[in-house]
Design a protein around this ligand. Structure first.
Ligand SMILES: [Mg+2]
Length: 225
């Protein structure tokens, strides 16, 4: 039986994501300097620092609903991150929030549907498909793996790990591709041979989810332990 993902789990995921994006900011910016405008690492680190500040400013002991938490992250990213990545990642979290319940926990299967709704929002905004060398090359396979695992009765941690495995493969699949969306597409054939920075940051987020839920299963998981 799949266990529940709580607002506290998501809070921990967001905090881990902020730390990982900060740690990898230079790497993301280096990727973006090869095929973009060299701001992706600083943009993502700044956006998630703002998310962190908002989490810290929330009243202690008053757990937000999954819906409120995810919507808040989306609004913060839209207002604090410039350019296409702010709009796309903001939409990801905002649309996840819109699909999420106004409760403080969610089943693994429902969470997979929430993530799928967020990724559909990104597709609706950016119009990228798999193969365009964007974050969608990482996120679509991650959502598919998350959904399949959750539907087959895997725990939330196992489903997130399946998503992390898929996101890594999806991220790396962008290297040989010629960009068909975003600034990298201006480079045409010269965009091939580089990892897409948006796929790389998406992989960081999904890996952070897997690492967060794995930590819960080992320790503070409650009923699952
Ligand atoms: Mg950029």
């Amino acid at each position: 039986m799949a266990d529940e993902i709580t607002s506290a789990d998501l809070d921990a995921w967001l905090r881990r994501s902020a730390a990982e994006l900060s740690a990898h900011a230079d790497e993301l910016t280096a990727l973006d300097s090869a095929i973009g405008d060299a701001d992706h690492g600083t943009n993502m680190a700044r956006g998630f620092k703002a998310v962190l500040d908002k989490l810290d400013a929330a009243p202690a002991g008053d757990a937000p609903t999954v819906q409120a938490l995810l919507k808040s992250v989306g609004m913060t990213l839209i207002s604090k991150v410039g350019g296409a990545s702010g709009s796309l990642y903001g939409t990801l979290f905002l649309d996840m929030g819109k699909a999420a319940p106004a409760s403080t926990s969610i089943s693994g299967a429902d969470f997979a549907a929430v993530v799928a709704a967020g990724v559909a929002g990104v597709v609706g905004r950016g119009h990228a498909v798999v193969g365009d060398k964007t974050m969608i090359d990482a996120l679509e396979p991650a959502v598919a793996a998350l959904t399949d695992a959750a539907a087959s009765g895997a725990s939330a941690a196992e489903a997130a790990q399946a998503a992390a495995d898929a996101v890594t493969i999806g991220r790396d699949s962008t290297v040989p591709l010629v960009a068909r969306k975003g600034r990298a597409s201006y480079l045409g054939e010269r965009s091939a041979g580089h990892l897409d920075p948006g796929a790389a940051s998406s992989a960081i987020l999904v890996q952070a989810l897997a690492d967060t839920l794995a930590g819960d299963a080992a320790g503070e998981g409650g009923d699952a332990a």
